[in-house]
Every structure is written in structure tokens, then in C-alpha cells.
Design a protein around this ligand. Structure first.
Ligand code: ASP
Length: 586
């Protein structure tokens, strides 16, 4: 028997028992004649001790121990003289009577402890060692608990988990596909799914009624901190539902997770239409942990001779509480912030609302007397507040105000990781105009149904048609998104027309779905959650990489297995792929 207990299990209740533990050596400390060894496994750490009176073989074996050796130790549980309240087993130690090295270890490339000396790169290369660290392992344990809670919750509501294929067909659904050559069909390719969207809709046609799947999806996009080329979704679909039914089930699931996993009650989720979210927060994923909403000052700020505002289509402000005393330097920093290319504003105007009720602004010569007061009233400013104004084209200025608002939220420390403010954003536009290709794209995906009252707009004014589409946003992060689908072949064709697909193109890409709709498609809708993001939010982390066992780096590489990599010429020949060797890189 390798072990009677785990390394996280023994307490004073076990005193005097003979036990056997197996695990990794985290640390060896020698103090005079005494040697202390921390032995670690998934469950925790226990201190082993050997001294003067220990058997000779034990003393010899302990002398040869190095970090990360795998050992087995048999001994008696004794009370520690120096208790360590920081670890669960800190009141006891094991007086070793027998010690066996099960597997030796070379000196590890970085210290495998809570505080490590290993940089990002080296820890990724040796990810299997990094995963031995409790802080990293705990993220995966959290992920597992959340996946299990999701499975149980949905299963109890009669959802069934169905696996959909991974080798599918390339379709233009938003992002770029990863493609896989087919050896048996030379010159033809599979695509990896960006989501199981069409399959889950086909399952509804098959009558499955309530489907879910915790599923890998693949998108060949440029990577950012919160993106991975492969990621996991909680993908769901329901039949005979309207938007309200879907929101109810998945708000229930999300609240259940908060309660079970984090022990927090979020209450009912507020809802904002997309229009409201844009005008009040400047974006479709507002962070509701703090106020500082945007006020539209266009009507009162223009026409007073201040050219920057007069020439702008829109002037908007945020009210920053208690910052009237910002120094010149702090204001210059904010100006630099809004002027950086990522944000893109030309300048920033501020108004200080002093405690004596007076208002001061560098532009006050254009706005004498009651004019500035009008802004303060519109923004509901209090003495001590600072107003920050941006101006320009409305579509561009709102997102800039959003960035500025988030920056001020950070500066004021009001974006607490332990506070959760979920909301639904509804009524998204159906279509999005792309200036470059000069055509409309589906904002969500081409199967999203328009609001029934907006169907006519699909032809008369496509840009203003709204969709039965919704997002779940938590703390400024888009956690989930979905829609009620089109279940009528004629409406689906109309949608393809709007997107500029010819009948032939639509048939070639989605003929299978249009075909299925001819045989009785129930009204249906669904949602998909970004599972990695949800877990990292629950873990209080900024990047999804930390909740993925074997993530890829920012260039989409797995530096541990060294992938992607070149393959042999023979393999390529078999696939009938010609690659110029000059173009392949190690
Ligand atoms: N398939 C969609 C997505 O991945 C989600 C949905 O509409 O259910 O964004």
C-alpha cells in the first residue's frame, strides 16, 4: 500500500497512529541533528521529521533527498512543538520510521511553491510542474466544481448533454476557421467548430427539446489576454421558448453558481437594452459595479463658440465623484490616456465643481454664467465632483467615454473583484454595417431572429432592425450570448438576402439547415457561456489562461509540446498539400 492518508488529511485526532504517506518533496530543512521534509500532494502538505534516534537507513535516505523526489514515508503522527497555523496539517508531524524514494527528480527549473521564482515563459514550458503548485491547481479544481454544478443544474431541468462533431464544415460564421485536410478526400477540408450552433439547432428539429454541452470551440483569431484559439463553452439550446424563458433558466443557473461556488446572492439581474447600454455606459458590456454614467450634453454644449464642441456631432460627460481637487498633473495624465491610439480622443475637457458651489473649467470663457451650471445640473454634479467631457462623432465618442469611465473606476478602486454585478443586455441590432466590405454582417450570427415588429425593416432600413438577441454581462465582461432563432425557412432566406448571400451560396453553406427546417422546426433559442471566462471571473483572475490546464501563449503556441510544428514531407504528400519548404518555420 502506497498510502494510508493523503498529505492534507492528518490532524491532532490522528496522534500516535502509524501512517504512510506518498508525495513530492517540496522542501528539506536541516536544523542541527533534525531534518524536516515537507511532503506534498494534491490535497496538501505534511511535515516529516527525522532526528538523532531515527533508524540509520532513514537518516541516510533523508540526506539524499532533493526537491521534487517522489517518496513514500511510514511513521507515527506526533504533535509539533512549533505549530504552523498556515497549513491544515500544521499541528502535527510524522516521525519517520521508513522512507523510500519512489522516483528521483532532477533539480526543477523553478521553485514549486506558492511564491515561485519561475517567469511566465519557463512555467509554461514546464506546465506540468507549474500545475503542482497549489495556486494553479486550485483554479482547475474550481473549474471542475463549476462544470459539475452546471451539469447537475441543467440535468435536473431535463437538459441532456449531446456531443456534436469536431470535424465539421467551414462556414463564414464570424471568425476565421481552423481547417483540417482530409486525406481520404484530397483537396477537401474539414473545419473545427467555432461553436456547435447549427448542430444544436438540428437537435431541436430532432425533438431533443433541451440540450447542453460543455464543449471545446475553435476560432482562429488574433489573440488577446482573454482569448485562446481553443476555448470551452457551456452551449445550450431549448425548444418552444421565447426570450423570457431562456433568460429565466440561465439567470437561474448563474445565480445557482454564485450561491454554490462563491456563496453570494446576486439578486435578480437588471436588464438594459443595447441602446440604453450604449448611451448610458458607452458600450454593450457595462461594468455595473460603479455609477459614473454618461450624460449627453450635446444639446447644451454646442452653439456657444467653442469650436471643438460646435463641430462635434456629440458631446458627452461623466461625473467623477470627489475628484474636483485633481492636480494639473493628474488631469494631464487623463488627457494622455484619452489621446492614446487605443482610445483615440483628440482632447479632454474638465469642469471642477468646487465645494463653495463655483465651477471652473479651461473653457469657461465660452460658457459664462449659467452655461456651466447647466452641465452640472444635467450631470447631477455635487460639490467636489469633477466632470470629464469628450466630443466627436457619437459612435466613436461613446466607446471613448466607456474607456475613460473604466479608467476612473480603476483609479477610484471601485472595481472590486469580490463584487459581482451581472446584467442582461437585450435588443441587440440584427445587423452590423462593415465599411470595408460595404455589406451588412449578422451582429450575432445569421440564425438569429429579428424582433417580429422589425422584420419589415430588414429591407427598408436594415441597420435599425433589432434582434431577439441577448448577452449576459458580469463586471464588464461578456460571459454569455444567445438568441431566439429563425425557425422558418422563408425568414431564414430573407436573412441570407440581407447578408448578401445568393440563393446558391446559402444553399451551399447552410443547405442542410434550410432542408431540416422543411420538416417541422420548433420555435427555439439558446445561449452559450464562455466557460473559461466564467471560471476566471469566479477565481478573481484577469486571464483565462490561468484556468486552462494547458493553455497556449499569445502567439497561439503551446511551448510545452512545441506546437504548431512542421510535419514531414511524406505526411504532406499524403494530404496532397504542397508547402514551399522556404516558407515553413521551425
Ligand atoms: N453559438 C453562439 C456563440 O457561440 C451562441 C448562441 O447563439 O447560442 O456565440
Amino acid at each position: 500500500m502506497y498510502r494510508t492518508h493523503t498529505c492534507g488529511e492528518l490532524r491532532v485526532g490522528n496522534l500516535h497512529q502509524t501512517v504512510c504517506l506518498s508525495g513530492w518533496v517540496q522542501r528539506v530543512r536541516r536544523l542541527g541533528a533534525m531534518t524536516f521534509v515537507d511532503i506534498r500532494d494534491r490535497y496538501g502538505m505534511t511535515q516529516l521529521v527525522a532526528g538523532e534516534q531515527s533508524p540509520g537507513e532513514v537518516k541516510q535516505a533523508i540526506d539524499r533527498l532533493g526537491r521534487e523526489h517522489v517518496i513514500q514515508a511510514r511513521g507515527t503522527v506526533v504533535e509539533r512543538a512549533n505549530k504552523n497555523p498556515k497549513i491544515a496539517t500544521g499541528e502535527i508531524e510524522i516521525m519517520v520510521e521508513e522512507l523510500r524514494v519512489l522516483s528521483a527528480s532532477e533539480v526543477p527549473p523553478f521553485t514549486i511553491e506558492e511564491q515561485t521564482d519561475g517567469g511566465d515563459e519557463i512555467r509554461m514550458k514546464y506546465r506540468y510542474l507549474d500545475l503542482r503548485r497549489a495556486v494553479v491547481r486550485e483554479n482547475l479544481e474550481l473549474r471542475h466544481r463549476m462544470a459539475r454544478a452546471v451539469r447537475n443544474y441543467l440535468s435536473d431541468l431535463s437538459f441532456i448533454e449531446v456531443e456534436t462533431p469536431v470535424l465539421i464544415k467551414s462556414t463564414p460564421e464570424g471568425a476565421r476557421d481552423f481547417i483540417v485536410p482530409s486525406r481520404m478526400n484530397p483537396g477537401q477540408f474539414y473545419a473545427l467548430p467555432q461553436s456547435p450552433q447549427t448542430f444544436k439547432q438540428l437537435l431541436m428539429v430532432s425533438g431533443f427539446d433541451r440540450y447542453f454541452q460543455i464543449v471545446k470551440c475553435f476560432r482562429d483569431e488574433d489573440l488577446r489576454a482573454d482569448r485562446q484559439p481553443e476555448f470551452t463553452q457551456i452551449d445550450c439550446e431549448m425548444s418552444f421558448v421565447e426570450q423570457e424563458d431562456v433568460l429565466e433558466v440561465f439567470e437561474g443557473m448563474t445565480r445557482h453558481l454564485f450561491r454554490e461556488i462563491r456563496g453570494v446572492e446576486t439578486g435578480a439581474f437588471p436588464r438594459l437594452t443595447w441602446d440604453e447600454a450604449m448611451s448610458r455606459y458607452g458600450c454593450d458590456k457595462p461594468d455595473l459595479r460603479f455609477g459614473m454614467e454618461i450624460t449627453d450634453l450635446t444639446g447644451i454644449a454646442r452653439g456657444k463658440g467653442f469650436a471643438a464642441f460646435d463641430e462635434a456631432g456629440y458631446v458627452g460627460a461623466i461625473r467623477v465623484p470627489g475628484c474636483a481637487g485633481y492636480t494639473r498633473k493628474q488631469l494631464d495624465e487623463l488627457t494622455d490616456f484619452v489621446k492614446q491610439p487605443r482610445v483615440g480622443a483628440k482632447g479632454l475637457v474638465h469642469v471642477r465643481c468646487h465645494d463653495d458651489g463655483s465651477l471652473r473649467s479651461p473653457v469657461d470663457k465660452f460658457y459664462p454664467g449659467e452655461d456651466l451650471k447647466g452641465w452640472a445640473v444635467a450631470c447631477e454634479a455635487m460639490p467636489g465632483d469633477l466632470l470629464l467631457l469628450l466630443a466627436g462623432e457619437r459612435e466613436k465618442t461613446l466607446p471613448r467615454l466607456c474607456e475613460l469611465r473604466l479608467e476612473m473606476g480603476n483609479r477610484l478602486g471601485v472595481r472590486d473583484k469580490n463584487v459581482f454585478r451581472p446584467l442582461w443586455v437585450t435588443d441587440f441590432p440584427l445587423l452590423e454595417w462593415d465599411e470595408e466590405t460595404r455589406r451588412f454582417y449578422a451582429m450575432h450570427h445569421p440564425f438569429t431572429s429579428p424582433k417580429p415588429e422589425d422584420i419589415d425593416k430588414m429591407t427598408s432600413d436594415p441597420g435599425s432592425a433589432r434582434a431577439n438577441a441577448y448577452d449576459l454581462v458580469i463586471n464588464g465582461v461578456e460571459i454569455g450570448g444567445g438568441s431566439i432563432r429563425i425557425h422558418d425557412a422563408a425568414l431564414q432566406s430573407k436573412m441570407f438576402d440581407c447578408l448578401g448571400f445568393t440563393r446558391e451560396e446559402a444553399e451551399a453553406q447552410f443547405g442542410f439547415l434550410l432542408g431540416a427546417f422543411k420538416y417541422g422546426a420548433p420555435p427555439h433559442g439558446g445561449i452559450a457561456f464562455g466557460f473559461d471566462r466564467l471560471v476566471s471571473l469566479f477565481a478573481g483572475l484577469d486571464s483565462i489562461r490561468d484556468v486552462i490546464a494547458f493553455p497556449k501563449n499569445n502567439s497561439g503556441r503551446d511551448v510545452m509540446i512545441d506546437s504548431p510544428s512542421v510535419v514531414s514531407a511524406a505526411q504532406l504528400d499524403e494530404l496532397r498539400i504542397n508547402v514551399n519548404p522556404q516558407e515553413t518555420r521551425e
